[in-house]
Design a protein around this ligand. Structure first.
Ligand code: P6P
Length: 333
């Protein structure tokens, strides 16, 4: 049910305003920026929900910087985010999974300018088969010493000022943090507004559930293979496994119900498949804010990893803190 405060529903905009109060020196610019993201995701959601009725199935016919065939909805989502954020004068730079390089939208004063990085439509290969997909975003401040867009985006995840995702599932939910807890909003399609439905979310510390593409298990490093073998004889009750193939959907399930998601290194992706800056960092920020953990399996918190370029990839182990520690015992064993 939508949460009420003094008998009133709480919209995303109102929640952001409340959060702003925590930052006395924060201008209203931040909430203005975030409202651009919610507008974009409502527009993207309207395309996602009409896939099949309008011509958005299938491929765009281009290959993106990741070497992946772009879906039509990838391009639509990317353009939608660029145009809504571009209208927010305080977004200096954007970077997207779908763009080769970060882009300067506005030459703005550094002290009131943000960088927004995003995966416009994560899991887009699932669109044609009607499986949940999502938009993942993260917000950094523009560093004072501007060294050009390519340099300005190279910041560790600890510098994120906000991060979140929108999951286009049975309902459209927005989950975000700006460093003061994790909060979920559900889009009421009848009024086109995100209403608060979960506040200060806490990820279960442990659950006997893991999420990995086991088809690749033979190509994982030995520690991961040992962990997966162990889960299959872990006594009564044992483990369950769920893998949607959309990172946002798999992460949201773990945020709500617990467990651990793994995308290990493979022979094809020796640094893992997932992108550090606009997939792993935002989810790691959320996981840690919700009491969970997110690591690269190589001795680092995800948010401590220093990027070398905007499309860096990283292995990912993310979930309940005791789940992640359990996996690490096999990796470090
Ligand atoms: P695989 C989607 O392309 C994505 O980036 C994530 O959303 C998803 O978790 C992962 O890749 C799926 O990758 O190799 O299992 O198909």
């Amino acid at each position: 049910m939508a949460i009420e405060r003094d008998g009133d529903f709480v919209t995303f905009s109102q929640h952001i305003q409340e959060q702003q109060l925590r930052f006395p020196n924060a201008s209203g610019q931040f909430s203005w920026l975030l409202s651009g993201i919610t507008l974009a995701t409502r527009m993207i959601g309207s395309y996602v929900r009409r896939a099949g009725l309008i011509d958005v199935w299938g491929e765009e016919g281009a290959i993106n910087i990741q070497g992946e065939a772009q879906k039509k909805l990838d391009v639509i989502a990317n353009r939608t985010l660029e145009k809504t954020l571009g209208y927010r004068g305080n977004v200096g730079i954007i970077a997207s999974e779908e763009d080769n390089e970060p882009r300067v939208l506005h030459e703005v004063e550094p002290d009131d300018s943000y960088i927004v990085m995003f995966d416009p439509l994560d899991g887009s290969s699932n669109i044609d088969v009607n499986v949940s997909v999502g938009t993942i975003f993260t917000i950094f401040r523009n560093p004072p010493e501007i060294n050009g867009a390519a340099e300005s985006v190279l910041q560790p995840g600890t510098e994120q000022v906000a991060a979140g995702y929108v999951l286009y599932g049975p309902s459209t939910v927005l989950v975000y943090t700006c460093g003061n807890g994790v909060h979920q909003f559900t889009l009421d399609p009848q009024i086109g507004t995100f209403l608060l439905t979960r506040e200060n979310m806490q990820m279960p510390d442990y659950a006997r559930s893991y999420s990995v593409n086991e088809a690749y298990a033979g190509r994982f490093p030995e520690g991961y293979q040992k962990y997966l073998a162990w889960t299959k004889q872990a006594g009564e009750g044992g483990f369950t496994s769920r893998y949607v193939g959309s990172l946002v959907a798999d992460f949201h399930r773990i945020l709500v119900s617990g467990g651990v998601y793994l995308y290990p290194p493979t022979t094809e992706h020796p640094d893992g498949k997932l992108r550090l800056m606009y997939e792993c960092n935002p989810l790691a920020f959320l996981a840690e804010q919700a009491g969970g953990a997110a690591v690269d399996g190589r001795g680092h918190r995800i948010v401590d990893c220093m990027p070398t370029q905007v499309h860096d990839r990283t292995p990912l182990v993310i979930g309940g803190r005791r789940n992640v520690d359990e996996v690490l015992r096999f990796l470090e064993g």
